[in-house]
Design a protein around this ligand. Structure first.
Ligand SMILES: [Fe+2]
Length: 124
């Protein structure tokens, strides 16, 4: 049986409560409020990962994308050597939903795409 390619689909931890070192290096870490007010800006800090990922020419994080559900919000393109995958973005959540799933996806040039998500409560 062949091993699943890291570049086939989205990589997620086998056991979210017991991450391996490669998972800790690739899973985005999200810091943001658990609840926000509709229409008001809030900050989301993102780093890759709990164990910092290298940013070498041959091995690096290429970009970080941020979504609410399936809706794209922002992409940060990164350059190896001169940047760190440690960014803060300001978002504004509108809409009628009481909760929304903040999804952060990053791509490593050698290890594919990895996603972390967080439920956020939206107050009127
Ligand atoms: Fe990697």
């Amino acid at each position: 049986m062949s091993e699943k390619s890291l570049f086939c689909g989205m990589n997620r931890p086998a056991d979210p409560n017991n991450l391996t070192d490669p998972e800790k290096k690739h899973m985005p870490v999200i810091e943001c409020p658990d609840a926000v007010k509709a229409g008001e800006p809030f900050k989301v800090s993102i780093k890759v990962g709990a164990i910092p990922h290298v940013m070498e020419e041959a091995h690096n994080i290429q970009w970080i994308d941020v979504y609410f559900g399936q809706n794209f919000n922002v992409r940060i393109d990164l350059t190896p050597v001169f940047t760190k995958p440690d960014v803060t973005v300001t978002l504004v959540k509108h809409g009628k939903h009481r909760t929304s799933t903040l999804r952060v996806v990053e791509r490593c040039n050698l290890h594919g795409q990895w996603e972390t998500s967080k439920e956020i409560t939206i107050n009127e």
